[in-house]
Design a protein around this ligand. Structure first.
Ligand code: DOR
Length: 442
């Protein structure tokens, strides 16, 4: 089935500026941009008057929990949250049950996604001591986003905590390795020191700045030694941003920031939301938040990923530290970034740079782009007149709760188009899920 669509009358958010123009998608690809484009009378049309036309976002870090943890989320519900938030492609993490650590587990995820994923998708392979050599052969399997390493333990049991094992993995394969950078030996010491009754407010002290800094320092040393490119996930400290700038390893190191660290701050987030604001690495104080916001514009942040990591209310109700870490967030990336545009610290072009071009460049994703002619016709229409407080019943993740409920909005993605087909409109899925595996340049 081919998909043509004329999106007319909207304000296109392009890489180098905004433009009032029509956008024509032919056979699922962006075909042309211009004023009053002529099309045949039977070409489907989408009236975008009064709307902003953004390229579909890419969320390069989500945990959709399937297989094994479907009580928290699955590929259908997680990808529904994606398209409900204007996200048309996602890269999913390997800490499922079982973890995605070999080609059979990877293949299983693609089979599960077929006909159930509403957005285009790729899956990561998880690095372990056992697969540290073989994984270099598997990283370029079709649809594989690359290798993910947990240097510090978080949800699940994936972990590489020592430098010799990490170095073996870095020397096997060539694609960019994606890393959760917290130092596990230090984390173990600090968790051992937690006393009965410790509150979640202490989470940024338990998993302190030094846990993150120490791991990132170790990792950058290994990057220098091996020449292997890495991507630092969900960086939570201004200190690490500074370290990346000072070490100046160029394109060998790319950096992700999450909306959670950019739009929440300690201690208020824990006082107000309790364990619903608990994630790894932790949301820290306003000084780190300010440094991360600056790093979006001045460097070194390359992209934004949600680290969508849902858990159930029952799980989140456990007393700290038994409450699991993770916040659902793929659906709120764009709405939150729109509030930053309203508040003057980001531009619409920053959104395109950080949420489309950034992830595309970090992972070498093919066919996706910032409304470039020839790229997939992935679009999200934002209604800027939606300025109410975010109601919980608009959210689609199975987590059922977000610390961003009640946020005063500055626009909302009302219609999402995937390869020329309207897939989500006015809070409803349209048709059956048609997400396809992503392809990569390397
Ligand atoms: O808070 C987190 N939750 N951080 C991670 O790295 C993993 C994630 C999860 O899977 O729950």
């Amino acid at each position: 089935m081919t998909h043509d669509l004329l999106i007319h009358g909207g304000r296109l958010i392009l890489r180098d500026g905004d433009r009032e123009a029509d956008l024509l998608i032919r056979e699922g690809k962006v075909a042309s941009i211009g004023e009053d484009l002529e099309v045949s009378p039977d070409c489907p049309r989408l009236d975008a008057s009064g709307h902003w036309v953004f390229p579909g976002l890419i969320d390069p870090q989500v945990h959709f929990r399937e297989p094994g943890l479907e009580h928290k989320e699955d590929l259908a519900s997680g990808s529904l949250a994606c398209v409900a938030g204007g996200v048309t492609a996602f890269c999913e993490m390997p800490n499922t049950t079982p973890p995605t650590t070999d080609p059979a587990a990877l293949q299983d995820k693609f089979e599960r996604a077929a006909g159930r994923a509403s957005a285009d998708h790729a899956f990561f392979l998880g690095g372990t001591a056992e697969n540290a050599e073989a994984i270099g052969e598997w990283e370029s399997l079709p649809g594989c986003a690359g290798i993910k390493v947990f240097m510090g333990s978080s949800t699940g049991n994936l972990l590489i905590e020592d430098d010799p094992t990490l170095e073996r993995l870095l020397r096997s394969g060539k694609r960019r390795v994606t890393v959760h950078s917290e130092d596990n030996p230090r984390l173990s010491e600090r968790y051992a020191g937690i006393t009965e009754g410790t509150s979640v407010i202490e989470h940024p002290t338990v998993r302190d700045v030094e846990c993150a800094l120490k791991a990132t320092r170790r990792l950058l040393n290994l990057v220098e030694a091996t020449g292997r490119p890495v991507h630092l996930l969900h960086v939570s400290t201004g200190d690490e941003m500074q370290m990346v700038l000072e070490r100046d390893l160029g394109d060998l190191v790319t950096v992700e920031a999450t909306p959670n660290h950019l739009f929440l701050a300690a201690p208020e987030c824990y006082e107000v939301h309790g364990t619903w604001a608990q994630m790894n690495p932790p949301v820290r104080d306003v000084h780190h938040q300010d440094a991360l916001r600056r790093a979006l514009v001045e460097g070194p942040v390359t992209c934004i990923g949600s680290d969508h990591a849902p858990h159930t209310p029952e799980e989140k109700a456990k007393p700290y530290p038994h409450s699991p870490s993770g916040i659902a967030g793929t659906q709120t990336i764009l709405p939150l970034l729109l509030t930053a545009v309203r508040d003057g610290w980001l531009s619409p072009q920053d959104i395109v740079r950080l949420s489309v071009d950034g992830p595309r460049r970090v992972y070498g994703i093919e066919n996706k782009g910032a409304l470039d002619v020839g790229c997939d016709g992935d679009v999200t229409l934002v209604d800027p007149s939606v300025t109410e407080d975010l109601p919980s019943d608009w959210l689609r993740s199975r987590a059922g709760r977000s610390p961003f409920e009640g946020t005063a909005l500055a626009g909302w993605p009302v219609t999402t188009v995937l390869r020329g087909q309207i897939v989500y409109h006015q809070h409803e899925l349209v048709g059956v899920p048609t997400g396809q595996p992503l392809t990569f340049t390397s």
